[in-house]
Design a protein around this ligand. Structure first.
Ligand code: FAD
Length: 513
């Protein structure tokens, strides 16, 4: 017989989120929205003395689902976080110095006769993509190059009805925005520094945390959002860490904002440097900049010089210095503690995936929400699925470094020649045979993304997919030319990104910017 929770009293009565950065407030806002009818108490503790990492400003389109789930009005969110729209990422100097390509959101062209568009693209273009690049077949990429943006409109089969986009936003304002959402739904916030984590002697489960002023906060379920330190998952529960720095050797970042520049581009820029890469993230009021680099291959002073000498405008604050170790906890969920955000693991922000991993972690936690028995089979599934997700994103990020012709610095010689994970080696081998790409088991990045980076960084298949022979070369040429022209015409209908923001969602306090 199925037991009732009224009878057994095994429900979670209280969740304590420890940490109030992006991860903590995303968790608080979602749990308070979806665990309705006072299902359980939700509390959050954070320390203003410690603060947040304060970076994390570029996202991928899945954030739209997150906002819709919370019932957030998008224009309101954009105004409040001084956000801009994002249609993709431009990679510069990655395959060779001087190369540039956009990894856009959304698909390239159209699949035809059940065969992927990229098969026809490869058939049509042979080896030469210098004149006609895949970008011409992505509305997002064409619009990005022209600094245009609009939201999708109801326009039948037109690519204008399928514009995929994400945001760049101010991370501190985003956490504040989510905090208001969460507190309006009854989440109680405690200010204070956690100084000890108290475990039950009989099974090691966390019973409570103690704050500096001796307050003790108890809960049934703890969510560790304490950032890199992983105060609960590592400090108390010693989950262990899988270190991936041999594949992704960047271990430092320096971040600094500078003034806004025009035109207001709707994409992130990622520029490869001697021992890492530099980001530029356009916001309504400023540009976020950072240099991610490996301290094994360059010095902090040299990295800082590269960053400060390559800003588009004068810096508006002092640089911030961050250290990290790429990898993830061996257990994301252990006993009655789930780690989200930087306490769960770290993958460098090359494809803006960390905030997505928080969102996805929250969604999985809700799918496998425990009772006070904390069934191990649920915990194991959560850990298995999350590990798969991290590993597949890892492989995609490694691709950016490994698929290069650069040998101009020790760093690039290392990443070009290093051993890579088997899964990635297999993906590359499949592509190099017939230009085929498969998305497996719900991995985050689809064939468009892989195609974009592989072609953008000069990987070439030996043959195109034989099934593309279903069309004659002439038919392929005509249909491809037609797609290209529809995309060019569609982009002409889009307003400038800056104008779209001005008319729909301009932040109120931008005077003087
Ligand atoms: P934090 O922001 O570090 O927050 C930790 C919280 O825990 C704080 O509130 C702190 O007060 C609290 N805390 C810690 N210890 C205690 C204690 N003892 N007592 C009480 N409270 C405590 N992600 C993206 O998606 N896109 C990007 O473009 C991107 N860029 C990035 C660039 C860099 C250089 C880095 C390092 C990260 C980037 N990320 C990006 C990742 C993103 O910043 C994080 O995923 C996100 O900010 C979540 O951080 P967090 O909330 O886990 O941790």
């Amino acid at each position: 017989m199925i037991e009732s929770y009224d009878m057994s009293d095994r429900r979670i009565r209280k969740v304590l989120i420890v940490g109030g950065g992006t991860a903590g407030w995303m968790a608080a806002a979602t749990l308070s929205k979806l665990l309705k009818n006072n299902y359980c108490d939700i509390e959050l503790v954070e320390s203003e003395t410690i603060g947040t990492v304060g970076v994390g400003e570029a996202t991928i389109p899945q954030i739209g689902t997150f906002n819709r789930t919370l019932g957030i009005d998008e224009n309101d969110f954009i105004r409040r976080t001084k956000a801009t729209f994002k249609l993709g990422i431009e990679f510069e100097n990655w395959g060779r110095i001087g190369d540039k390509y956009i990894h856009p959101f959304g698909p390239y062209g159209l699949d035809m006769d059940g065969v992927s568009f990229h098969a026809f693209f490869l058939k049509h273009h042979g080896e030469d993509y210098t004149v006609d690049t895949p970008e011409q077949y992505s509305l997002q990429a064409v619009a990005a190059r022209q600094a245009r943006f609009m939201r999708p409109v109801n326009a039948g089969n037109s690519p204008l009805s399928k514009i995929a986009y994400a945001f760049h936003f101010d991370a501190t304002l985003y956490a504040k925005f989510l905090r208001e959402e969460a507190e309006s739904r009854g989440v109680a916030r405690h200010e204070g520094m956690v100084v000890s984590v108290n475990q039950r002697p009989e099974d090691g489960f966390i019973r409570s945390v103690t704050l500096e002023d001796d307050r003790e906060l108890e809960a049934d379920l703890f969510i560790d959002c304490t950032g890199f330190r992983g105060l609960l998952i590592e400090g108390a529960l010693q989950a262990g860490y899988h270190d991936w720095s041999h594949w992704l050797p960047a271990d430092r970042a320096i971040a600094v904002p500078c003034g806004r520049v025009d035109p207001l581009i709707p994409y992130t820029r990622s520029i490869a440097r001697d021992a890492g890469w530099q980001w530029r993230i356009p916001l309504q009021h400023r540009t976020g900049n950072g240099h991610v680099f490996s301290s094994h291959f360059t010095s902090v002073e040299a990295a800082q010089d590269i960053l400060m000498n390559n800003l588009d405008a004068a810096p508006t604050a002092e640089p911030r210095y961050l250290r990290f170790l790429t990898g993830h906890r061996k257990s994301f969920w252990k006993k009655n503690c789930v780690a989200l955000g930087l306490s769960a693991g770290f993958l460098e922000p090359l494809e803006s995936t960390s905030i997505h991993l928080i969102q996805s972690g929250i969604a999985k936690l809700l799918q496998m929400f425990p009772d006070r028995d904390f069934s191990q089979v649920n915990i194991d599934r959560y850990n298995r699925v999350t590990t798969f997700e991290f590993e597949r994103i890892r492989d995609f990020i490694i691709l950016h470094y490994h698929a290069t012709e650069r040998e101009d610095s020790e760093f690039w010689r290392y990443v070009k020649n290093m051993e890579i994970p088997d899964y990635l080696a297999d993906k590359i081998a499949l592509f190099e045979s017939y230009g085929r790409i498969f998305r497996e088991n719900e991995e985050l990045f689809n064939d468009t993304s892989w195609f974009s980076v592989m072609i953008g960084q000069r990987l070439r298949p030996r043959m195109y997919d034989p099934v593309a022979e279903v069309q004659s070369p002439q038919e392929t040429a005509e249909r491809i030319a037609n797609i290209r022209s529809v995309i060019a015409t569609s982009a002409d209908h889009m307003p400038l990104h800056a104008d779209f923001i001005e008319q729909n969602c301009k932040a109120p306090d931008l005077e003087g910017v």
